[in-house]
Design a protein around this ligand. Structure first.
Ligand code: DGY
Length: 425
C-alpha cells in the first residue's frame, strides 16, 4: 500500500520536473519557488541523488550578490502568473523576485548529504553549497536584523510563505493601497477564489512590491523603509534549524569558519526566540517590530518553532497546544487555532493543513523525543492523501482538498514520511 502511494508521489514530482528544477504545480505556480525546491529535494534524493543536488544548486545559481536567495526564479516566460518579472523589476538576467522565503536550504542540504550513497560526490556538492548558505544566513541577520537583536524580520508576508495568515491582519493595516497600479490576478483563475487571499490583501502585497522596487531593491534600505516588519517565529525557527544543521555538517567536513560562525548565530538566535514566548497560550508569537508588540494571533508559526532546537520546556508546552487543537479538528495541524473567530478551514493559511508544516513539526517532535504525537500527525497527513489526493492544502475538519492539485512538495513530504528512518538528527 505505501509503495503505491510512493509511486503516485514520484509520478507527481516527475510531472512537475522541468529538468533542473521543479515547479510547485503547473498553472498556478509555473516557476521555481525557493522553499518548495529545498523541501522537494528531500524526496528527490531517494530516487536520484544527482537530481536532488541539482534542484538546490539551480536555486543558488540565482543567489544575489548580497547573499539573498530570492523566493521565485522566473526561469522562463509564463503569463499565467501574477506578479510576473515586470512587476518585480529586479533587473536580473534571469528574472527573480526581490524578496526571500524561509531559509530551509541548510536543513535540506544536511539531510540530503546524510542520505547519499555516493558520499564522495555528495561531499563536494555539499561543501560548495555550505558557503552559499552561510552567505544567505548572514544576509538574513545583516539586512533583516539591522539592530542585531538575534531575530530576523520579514518585510512582506510572502517571505514567510504564509501569505494571508491571520498574523498579518493587524500589521497589514499599516500598509497603504494608494498608488497601486491596476492588475489582474491569475491565481483565482487557477484555484477556487474562496481558497485564496482576498483582493484587499493583494493590493497591499503589490503596494509593498512597488515600494521596494522604487528603492531599487537595495537591501540596505528595504527593512527600515518597510511599514511592515514582522518577526515570525516560523521563519526564525526554520533559519535556526538550518543554521544548526549547517554548523554540524561544516564541522564534519572540516569547514571550521562556517561552523564557528553558525554556532554563534545559533546561540544568539535561540536566546532571542525566547522573547517571543507567550506563557499563557503555551506557544511562540509574532512580534511587530514597528509597534514592538507581541501579537495575539495563535497561528501554526508558533508551533512550527519546535523545528528549531528549542529547549524541552517549550517543546512540551507546544505538544499540549497541538493536542488541544487535535480535539477541534479531524486532521492535524490546522494553520490557525480553530477556536478563533478568524479561523477559515479552506482559505490558504487561515486554517488549512499543509503537509510541509506537518513534516517540520513532526521532525521537531521526534528530535524532542515526542514520538507519539509525531506518529499521530504523520497518520493524519497520510489519511489526507488517501482521502483527498496530493493537494496544496486541506480543510482540517472535512479533509477537503484545497488550492492547487498535483502538488510537488505535498508529494515530496509523503515520500519523506514513508521512506525516512525517523531517526532524530
Ligand atoms: C503566491 O503567488 O500565492 C505565492 O504564495 C507568492 O509567493
Amino acid at each position: 500500500m505505501s509503495e503505491t502511494i510512493i509511486s503516485r508521489a514520484v509520478d507527481i514530482i516527475k510531472l512537475n520536473d522541468l529538468g533542473t528544477y521543479t515547479v510547485p504545480t503547473h498553472g498556478l505556480y509555473p516557476f521555481q519557488w525557493n522553499w518548495d525546491s529545498c523541501l522537494t529535494a528531500l524526496a528527490l534524493v531517494y530516487f536520484d541523488e544527482d537530481r536532488a543536488w541539482t534542484e538546490i544548486e539551480t536555486l543558488f545559481d540565482h543567489q544575489w550578490d548580497d547573499g539573498m536567495v530570492p523566493h521565485i526564479i522566473f526561469h522562463k516566460e509564463d503569463d499565467g502568473y501574477f506578479p510576473g518579472p515586470d512587476v518585480w523589476g529586479t533587473g536580473r538576467s534571469t528574472p527573480t523576485s526581490g524578496i526571500t522565503q524561509p531559509p530551509v536550504a541548510g536543513f535540506a542540504i544536511a539531510r540530503i548529504f546524510s542520505r547519499c550513497k555516493d558520499q564522495a560526490k555528495a561531499e563536494k556538492r555539499a561543501r560548495a553549497l555550505l558557503h552559499k548558505v552561510l552567505a544567505w544566513h548572514e544576509w538574513c541577520y545583516r539586512c533583516r536584523d539591522p539592530k542585531d537583536t538575534g531575530l530576523v524580520a520579514i518585510i512582506h508576508p510572502w517571505e514567510t510563505g504564509r501569505d494571508n495568515s491571520v498574523d498579518w491582519d493587524e500589521p497589514f493595516e499599516k500598509v497603504p493601497t494608494d498608488g497601486v497600479l491596476p492588475f489582474v490576478r491569475r491565481d483565482t483563475q487557477h484555484a477556487d477564489p474562496s481558497h485564496r487571499p482576498t483582493q484587499e490583501q493583494y493590493l497591499r502585497y503589490i503596494w509593498l512590491v512597488q515600494t521596494f522596487k522604487a528603492l531599487d531593491w537595495d537591501n540596505e534600505k528595504l527593512h527600515d523603509a518597510s511599514p511592515f516588519q514582522m518577526v515570525d517565529p516560523g521563519f526564525n525557527a526554520i533559519l535556526l534549524r538550518s543554521i544548526s544543521e549547517v554548523a554540524k555538517l561544516a564541522e564534519d567536513l572540516g569547514e571550521v569558519e562556517i561552523a564557528q560562525k553558525s554556532r554563534a548565530q545559533l546561540e544568539k538566535g535561540l536566546a532571542a526566540m525566547e522573547t517571543l514566548w507567550n506563557d499563557d497560550l503555551g506557544q511562540f508569537m509574532c512580534l511587530d517590530r514597528i509597534t514592538t508588540q507581541l501579537s495575539n494571533s495563535p497561528s501554526v508559526a508558533g508551533l512550527l518553532a519546535i523545528f528549531a532546537p528549542i529547549s524541552v520546556k517549550f517543546s512540551q508546552r507546544i505538544t499540549s497546544r497541538i493536542e488541544k487543537i487535535a480535539q477541534q479538528t479531524t486532521y492535524l495541524v490546522a494553520s490557525h487555532d480553530p477556536s478563533e473567530p478568524e479561523f477559515d478551514g479552506k482559505r490558504y493559511w487561515r486554517g488549512p493543513v499543509w503537509l510541509i508544516i506537518n513534516y517540520m513539526i513532526c521532525d521537531g517532535l521526534i528530535n524532542a523525543g515526542l514520538q507519539d504525537l509525531a506518529d499521530k500527525i504523520e497518520e493524519h497527513s497520510l489519511g489526507l492523501i488517501n482521502s483527498s489526493g496530493f493537494a496544496e492544502y486541506y480543510d482540517p475538519i472535512t479533509g477537503e482538498p484545497c488550492g492547487g492539485e498535483h502538488f510537488t512538495w505535498t508529494a515530496a513530504m509523503v515520500i519523506e514520511f514513508l521512506s525516512s528512518t525517523k531517526s532524530a538528527t
